[in-house]
Design a binder for this molecule. Sequence first.
Ligand SMILES: [Zn+2]
Length: 169
Amino acid sequence: MPAHQEWVENNNQYAATFGEKGELPLAPAKKLAIVTCMDARINVYAELGINEGDSHIIRNAGGCAKDALRSIIISQRLLGTREIAVFHHTDCGMLTFNTPQLRKLVKDSDPSNPALNAVDEIDFLEFNQLEQSVKDDVTYLKENPLVLAETTVTGWVYEVGTGKIRQVV
Ligand SMILES: [Zn+2]
């Protein structure tokens, strides 16, 4: 059964106790933007003890800062956030491939279709050293002229095997 077929019933229960969350302002209360991986095992709210309305949560494959820049600019310039936390995690899929391999996989799926060559324009931003990748992303943000100079930037690893976080930088 497709996952979406359960949603309306589940949502009816959720909306029934929605309460005051409908009154939350648009801008994040903690002036915080979190960049983290799309990994299905990561529950950012529970892991950090934050709630709806507290933080922007920008998710992509790997929690890559470069991929998140568009959202970060919007978050800072239009919605007032002044702190960024980058989270990468153990057992991340980004540690398992490289860009040339993935480009080949896509193109080999239908060699007769030249439109698939568009994948050659995509850098998948994989990494092979977890903690170094966090440091690199923090440096990228601190040095990026499009990120506000007064921004507090920290970098973290989340351990999917234990639920624990640790600060890297
Ligand atoms: Zn991941």
